[in-house]
Design a protein. Structure first.
Length: 365
């Protein structure tokens, strides 16, 4: 069960979506870039993980290759939670979030994948999951900015079978347009990616209240302004969601207790992998918050999130970044069906392995 090799793999898969060229993190995306970690053991098994990164994938890859890999070669791959905790403590000098934590998250996912494969069980079953076979997906649209495009893409998502749609608009008028398109039968969420001050967020939230949002996500800059988040929630009555920028158990506790968030949004690729997700889920249960995983992913991070949805029935739906990849990374697995639902893969580990042809065709040297 000893770790004998680690390999970082960058995939760049062309994609399209219904709006103009766009992206997150200050860059315009022409490909969907995925950083995969492959971990081999002396048993002949291989596990796969995914690290968050997008525009900073080179930095995260360097953290994996130069920090994490030398520390875990020869270690026992079965000690997943203990090894993840040790690495996070050892690497805390480099930040409690960011490339080092993203790198440990990738390793954690790969080790859980190995644990499931070793047992011949999907991770959800390994963790005592409910046997849930599927979970609704919600269409997570890019920031489209123009009202006509917002209307077009929202309508397209609903026509494709989605009963939940998340916008990334910052103009309340565009949100009202989307609500007019979908009517009252479709859940509508809004993520503004920390666009507003607490004062502006409250003003906008009062206007948005008429749109019947299921949640308003990350309305306040900085995301650690827990008092501001609470003020928006309590002053507007609109449910608040946050957590994609949280990297530690302390962060999630603060979001639940100090901010009073209605939804916690742990990300398996950013907050310590499945081990970190389990800790965040415990915080949510203790403080009565709902779980709404952050998961705009197409690789092992998505499959790990689906396994978590099978462990925690309270996960209402799982995020699907609303884009069409030139080639799905898992074939039909990991792609919502025509009814807007994910089928949870049931193979050992995370449920499926990446398509060999995708690895060959889209791998970047």
């Amino acid at each position: 069960m000893k770790i004998t090799a680690l390999e970082t793999i960058v995939l760049q898969v062309p994609f399209t979506h219904g709006g103009p060229p766009t992206g997150f993190g200050g860059t315009t995306w022409t490909t969907m870039d995925v950083l995969v970690l492959r971990v081999e053991t002396d048993e002949g098994l291989a596990g796969y993980g995914e690290a968050f990164g997008y525009g900073i994938l080179p930095s995260v890859r360097a953290a994996l290759d130069t920090l994490v890999s030398p520390m875990v070669l020869g270690r026992d791959s079965s000690h997943v939670q203990a090894l993840s905790a040790e690495l996070l403590r050892t690497l805390h000098l480099f930040g409690r979030s960011g490339p080092a934590v993203f790198a440990v998250s990738a390793l954690d996912l790969a080790l859980w994948d190995l644990a499931g494969k070793r047992a011949g069980l999907p991770v959800a079953q390994l963790l005592g999951g409910s046997g849930r076979a599927e979970v609704p997906a919600y269409a997570s649209l890019f920031r489209l900015s123009h009202a006509a495009v917002v209307a077009q893409e929202t309508a397209r998502a609903v026509a494709a079978g989605y009963r939940e749609v998340k916008l990334h608009e910052v103009l309340p008028a565009n949100v009202a347009v989307a609500r007019g398109v979908v009517g009252d039968d479709v859940e509508l969420m809004l993520d503004v990616n920390c666009a507003w001050t607490a004062r502006d967020a409250l003003e906008h939230a009062l206007v948005l209240r008429a749109c019947g949002l299921s949640w308003l996500e990350e309305p306040v800059w900085p995301p650690e302004d827990y008092g501001g988040l609470r003020a928006v929630r309590e002053g507007s009555g609109v449910p608040v969601a946050a957590g994609e920028n949280a990297g530690t158990l302390h962060d999630f506790s603060a979001l639940a207790v100090e901010a009073g968030c209605d939804y916690l949004q742990p990300s398996v690729t950013k907050a310590g992998g499945i081990t970190g997700f389990l800790q965040a889920a415990e915080v949510a249960a203790r403080h009565g918050a709902a779980l709404a995983p952050h998961s705009p992913y197409f690789g092992p991070g998505l499959l790990a999130t689906l396994q978590m949805a099978a462990v925690f029935p309270a996960v209402r739906s799982v995020e699907h970044l609303y884009a069409r990849l030139e080639a799905p990374l898992y074939g039909e697995a990991g792609v919502p069906g025509p009814d807007g639902r994910f089928r949870i893969p049931t193979g050992p580990g995370l449920g499926a392995d990446l398509e060999p042809e995708v690895l060959r065709r889209y791998r970047v040297a």
